[in-house]
Design a protein around this ligand. Structure first.
Ligand SMILES: Nc1nc(=O)c2c([nH]1)NC[C@@H]1CN(c3ccc(C(=O)N[C@@H](CCC(=O)O)C(=O)O)cc3)CN21
Ligand SMILES: CC(C)C(=O)C(=O)O
Ligand SMILES: [Mg+2]
Length: 294
């Protein structure tokens, strides 16, 4: 592989115009993106967006909008399947949702989250679970939570040909042990986060999610690693940003994390449309002649 090797920690200032056609967002390619395209983007100093997706139709809209990476997150637990947390999500559920997202897309790299209890036991368990997402759903990569504690799992998956996105900082599958609290505050916790980041990079992860960590620390991790960092509640300096799609589009009911930016109010739009339909039916104004067959 001929690769322009940026010095570890160094970031290209800006992408040059000749790189524009290769850009992850706004680039010309219509083929399916791969982890190698993600690696190349860090070398160009390019930032990129990632959204979650749980179904084929929503995923097809994001694909047409040019979102280069979609995560079939286990946040489907609370954002799609009606559970309170991500903890109850099963591998069968993830496989079904991930295959729908793959079918709905043609360009985006699809990353499938390994749910709680499907990789912690051993590297072999992780390989068996990841293999299902790759073979049955057709994802291009998997994601799992944990830094140092998951490095053996990451190593075996990568050795076996499955690209891995790691996830450190707040790891929601551990909610019963850690709650939903900011991670990496204080010198000792910051050192642990840096060790976790290096551990997943050394194990062969192609990218790492940093969730709910102080912006300054996320910036330091981003400068230190040669793999891209994907921030969620981790400030502006990470290589990529991810949001849960139902949060970002204002569909999630109830409280959303404070790092979320709402780009639309789908809850209002859908609710209003449902009420208009109901009123038309009750009032006898739907269907009209043009909505009827004879
Ligand atoms: N709808 C949704 N959005 C998410 O971003 C998300 C999920 N669900 N489920 C899986 C995880 C859990 N996540 C969460 C959940 C709660 C907070 C939260 O309550 N954060 C507090 C700050 C806590 C602190 O300051 O220590 C907040 O007010 O934002 C953050 C991330 C992120 N992920
Ligand atoms: C929030 C992202 C990183 C995630 O793991 C999920 O959506 O499940
Ligand atoms: Mg997740």
């Amino acid at each position: 592989m001929t690769q322009l090797s940026a010095a570890p920690g160094a970031r290209a200032a800006q992408s040059t115009p000749s790189d524009a056609g290769k850009a992850l967002y706004g680039g010309k390619s219509s083929r399916r993106l791969t982890v190698r395209d993600i690696t190349a983007a860090k070398e160009r100093g390019e930032k990129w967006p990632m959204l979650t997706a749980y179904d084929a139709m929503t995923a097809s809209v994001f694909d047409e909008a040019g979102i280069p990476v979609m995560l079939v997150g286990d946040s489907a637990g609370n954002c799609h399947l009606g559970y309170d947390t991500t903890v109850p999500v099963t591998l069968d559920e993830m496989t079904m949702l991930a295959s729908a997202v793959v079918r709905g897309t043609g360009r985006a790299l699809i990353v499938g989250d390994l749910p709680f209890g499907t990789y912690q036991e051993s590297p072999v368990q992780a390989l068996r679970s990841a293999t299902r997402l790759v073979k049955e759903a057709g994802v291009g990569a998997v994601k799992l939570e944990g830094g140092e504690r998951s490095h053996r799992q990451i190593e075996l998956l990568v050795e076996s040909g499955i690209p891995v996105m790691a996830h450190i900082g707040l790891t929601p599958q551990s909610v019963n042990a850690m709650g939903y609290r900011v991670q990496g505050r204080g010198e000792e916790a910051a050192q642990q986060l840096l060790r976790d980041a290096k551990a997943v990079q050394d194990a062969g992860a192609f990218a790492v999610v940093l969730e709910l960590v102080p912006a300054e620390l996320a910036a330091e991790v981003t400068r230190t690693l040669h793999i891209p960092t994907v921030g969620i509640g981790a400030g502006p300096e990470t290589d990529a940003q991810v949001l849960v799609w139902t949060d970002m589009l204002g569909l999630t009911g109830g409280r959303v994390p404070k790092f979320v930016k709402k780009y639309a109010d789908l809850r209002q739009v859908i609710g209003d449309a449902a009420k208009s339909f109901a009123e038309d039916v009750v009032g006898g104004t739907f269907p009209q002649e043009e909505n009827s067959v004879h």
